[in-house]
Design a binder for this molecule. Sequence first.
Ligand SMILES: C[S@@+](CC[C@H](N)C(=O)[O-])C[C@H]1O[C@@H](n2cnc3c(N)ncnc32)[C@H](O)[C@@H]1O
Length: 264
Amino acid sequence: MADTVTDTHYWQNWQDSWDRQQEWYLPDREERFRVMLDMVEALAGPAPRVLDLACGTGSITDRLLKRFPEATSTGVDLDPALLAIARGHFAGDGRVTFVTADLKDPHWPAALPRETDGPAGAPHPGYDAILTATALHWLPAADLAALYRRLAPLVRPGGVFMNADHMPDPATPRLNAAEHAHRHAAMDRARAAGAVDWDRWWELAAADPVLAGPVERRFEIYGEHAEGETPSEAWHVATLLDAGFAEARTVWRSPSDGLVLGLK
Ligand SMILES: C[S@@+](CC[C@H](N)C(=O)[O-])C[C@H]1O[C@@H](n2cnc3c(N)ncnc32)[C@H](O)[C@@H]1O
């Protein structure tokens, strides 16, 4: 049923409500996206071929295409409800493809669209940029290290990988605790004033007749939320270098989150 809704306002409303819910956690979310796309432009130019990893509703792809109309994007995710919103929102846009895959599956890259420009059987030319946000903390660190090793060959020489996510510094536990308490107090105040949190957002999606089926399947796959880890920036940098990136470092951070870039 989700595929049959053609009302663009319907999908835009779900996009907007997802953005508000994510911003409840991440007041700096748009700034993070902006810096990510600045770095794409700096290193890969204004018409990149992008892989939007763990894309959810396609928030990165949305900002990418608004800023770089000549870009193309493939979104990968496992969540049938978020992918239904993504597919509905970008329906008819030939620049965008979505793929259902589990990033913990070692064979997930085989699900990516094959290169159609080159001769049959030609090796994948590599993405200009693989981008991901607020997602890879769903994976245990060992699975994330394995994922980084699988991502490196998918990026063309000179291309980039960027991961924006929660990256606490283990050397500053009191600072981390104070920042966490301060941020969560603001979130509690916003929720009391009507902001929609994660649980409430999923209740609203489950109550929508179009999304109810995909939401049910989503909870069968993940439960409430997958259990993962939040390694430090230093861990991400070292693991990207080990995986085959030539340079890696943080290009932005907030008190709680980092944006780490690997250059192939
Ligand atoms: C909080 S959402 C973020 C989505 C989007 N990047 C954004 O910033 O709005 C986390 C996403 O990671 C996806 N994800 C988590 N584990 C995954 C896995 N093993 N395979 C594929 N996607 C996964 C979830 O389905 C979800 O869409």
